[in-house]
Design a protein around this ligand. Structure first.
Ligand code: DX5
Ligand code: ZN
Length: 218
């Protein structure tokens, strides 16, 4: 599986959002992870589709939108029109999961389904034919800068053993140490917010993290 690095913009200098996205693109990041929070599904607020629309004109980087909102089904079209390339929502959200995944795909956008730490992996299995990516949360969603939950790794291992070609993303507490564990378990898309944006040289940081992941995948 191709390894991909998706820096989470939650940890960027928000006053320079577009420049930060472009800097990660120039640094070699494969996509930028955009965390959408509604203050209801998670106890935090971020931004919505209008901001993504403004960013779209500024950078060609792939937009990896992670919706932590209660009613993703109501906003899919907005995020598609704004320019999201991958749209991931949560299986715990208050909508029909299959219909929402089909809706994402109907716009020729990649569909992702995420699960919180407390949700069993078995719950997502019926939906795998409808997804391009499963996002295994390795922290409780809502905030950056939390510690990686290594006890989520068996979910990743189970998915990789049973779905060898599935894109498996991990999100929360990923750094140069925990990314190794995640890739060894079978993850191939690494989201890292505070770790990558906390470094002064993005090119070096992305390059080194990618190298660690490539080596761990062998
Ligand atoms: C948490 C978000 C993450 C967050 C990760 O709810 O989904 O994407 O930004 O941040 P770090 O990498 O700092 O744990
Ligand atoms: Zn996220």
């Amino acid at each position: 599986m191709d390894i991909k690095i998706s820096p989470s913009a939650l940890a960027c200098d928000l006053s320079r959002f577009a420049e930060e996205c472009q800097a990660m693109y120039d640094a070699g990041a494969h996509m930028i992870h955009l965390d959408i929070m509604d203050g209801h599904f998670v106890p935090n607020l971020t931004f919505g589709a209008p901001l993504i629309r403004c960013l779209r004109g500024k950078s060609p980087i792939i937009f990896d939108a992670h919706l932590m909102i209660s009613r993703p089904d109501l906003y899919i079209e907005d995020f598609v029109k704004a320019g999201a390339d991958i749209i991931t929502f949560h299986i715990e959200a208050d909508c029909n999961t299959a219909d929402t995944l089909k809706k994402i795909r109907s716009f020729s956008v990649k569909s992702g389904l995420s699960l919180k730490p407390g949700t069993e992996i078995e719950e997502v299995l019926p939906f795998i034919p409808l997804v391009d990516m499963i996002l295994v949360m390795t922290v409780e969603p809502g905030f950056g800068g939390q510690s990686f939950m290594a006890d989520m790794l068996p979910k990743v291992r189970f998915l990789r053993d049973n779905y060898p070609t599935l894109d498996i993303q991990v999100d929360g507490g990923l750094n140069n140490h925990t990314s190794k564990l995640a890739v060894e378990a079978g993850a191939n898309i690494i989201v890292a917010g505070s770790y990558l944006f906390g470094q002064s040289d993005y090119k070096k940081a992305v390059g080194e993290l990618y190298e660690i992941c490539i080596q761990s995948a062998e």
